[in-house]
Design a protein around this ligand. Structure first.
Ligand code: KG4
Ligand code: ZN
Length: 355
């Protein structure tokens, strides 16, 4: 049987939900290795991710990426206690590459397979940033597909305090980048462009100060589009850096304000965050200043563990390992998973049998 009570299990994480083929090894909450091969450069030529190109790039890279992760971790294959893999949400063909590889790998090693939800991985990244981090805390989820404030009550229990009513914040960054003629993926380019600008363009602050912990980004996106079109029609140029800085502040200030407000209201003294947008320097600075001002402890994953990576998949795998929540070999990929289902912890047959 599996050594379920082993204190510091070694977990291999595999991620292939979008354009990053990633593998990482953790021992307990310590990262031993972390490898990524990205097809983003090729995708940038098309202005977004082309699913078939992503699937082919994963197929090409996955064996080498996993091999490198194991080698750089300084472990043998036999020392791996479990293989955790992203099964959804994401691009179906891309996910299937990781899932199929992980299944075969776990089967060959005779080690348990763990099915990880990509967004749960983003949330679990904070545990790698601070080995002593323990719920309860407030979590800001700011990714390409989701924007929400959660009350994390335990490693597997979450309450959604608020979420976006329309677009996700990352999606807004990507769309605004396109309007400004910046390359894919938009977030980092907007951040770079904004660093040379002033917050001088008026932007709507959607649901700021009202709407509870909910967010709305479609109005902000439209405001940027209208501003640029109006200027163009009048034959006036736009200062891209000023537009980027103004948009970035309008998009992020509300996230910071509501995260702090939620912690104060719930009487929780720790805040964490996860998802690609948490790599944004302006978000990191403003959230950290706001937490400090309000006497809250902030635990942020390092930038590289905010965007897609496999260490976060291994981190969520570690939680599921502790529960004995193992996947069957019939595991398949799922393209879309609603936020409520994402936050539910579905027990596998193996875990139920253990009880
Ligand atoms: O969390 P993620 O991998 O998406 C989902 O899993 O849904 O993050 C991708 C998103 C993209 O929208 C990207 O533009 C954004 O995160 N992003 C950023 C930055 N880096 C990535 N947004 C703002 N500033 C950044 N530095
Ligand atoms: Zn992601």
């Amino acid at each position: 049987m599996y050594e379920l009570n082993k204190k510091q299990p070694i977990i291999l994480g595999i991620e292939s939900s979008c354009d990053e083929t990633a593998a990482a090894v953790i021992r307990g909450r310590k990262i031993l290795s972390d490898e990524i091969a990205s097809s983003a450069d090729i995708q940038a030529l098309y202005g977004g991710v082309v699913p078939e190109i992503a699937s082919r790039a994963h197929t090409d890279a996955i064996a080498q990426v996993v091999e490198r992760a194991v080698k750089n971790a300084g472990i043998t294959y036999g020392e791996i206690d479990a293989v955790a893999v992203t099964y959804g949400a994401g691009l179906l063909g891309a996910l299937l590459v990781g899932v199929s590889f992980a299944k075969a790998f776990a089967y060959a090693l005779k080690k348990p397979l763990i099915a990880v939800n990509h967004i749960r991985g983003h949330l679990a990244a904070a545990y790698l940033a601070d080995e002593r981090l323990k719920p309860p805390f407030i979590t800001l989820l700011a990714s390409g597909g989701h924007t929400a404030i959660l009350h994390t009550k335990s490693e597997t229990e979450f309450e959604i305090l608020g979420a976006t009513l329309d677009d996700a914040v990352g999606e807004a960054f990507d769309k605004v980048a396109r309007v400004l003629g910046l390359p894919y993926p938009g977030g980092p380019h907007i951040e770079r462009c904004a660093s040379g600008g002033e917050k001088s363009v008026p932007m709507p602050r959607m649901l700021k100060g009202n709407g509870g912990y909910n967010f709305s980004y479609s109005g902000l996106k439209t405001a940027v589009i209208n501003y640029c079109h109006n200027k163009e029609q009048k034959g006036e140029g736009i200062d891209k850096a000023d537009v980027a800085a103004s948009f970035q502040s309008a998009a992020i200030d509300v996230l910071v304000e509501k995260s702090v407000e939620a912690a104060k209201e719930r009487g929780v003294n720790t805040v964490t965050a996860g998802g690609g947008v948490v790599a944004n320097g302006y978000l990191r600075q403003t959230l950290s200043a706001a937490c400090e001002k309000n006497g809250l402890k902030l635990v942020l994953p390092e930038r590289r563990y905010c965007t897609d990576n496999a260490a976060m998949i291994a981190a969520e795998g570690l939680i599921q390992y502790g529960l004995g929540n193992f996947a069957e070999y019939s595991l398949t990929a799922k393209a879309s998973i609603p936020l409520a289902a994402t936050l539910e912890t579905v027990q596998s047959r193996a875990a139920k049998k253990k009880e």
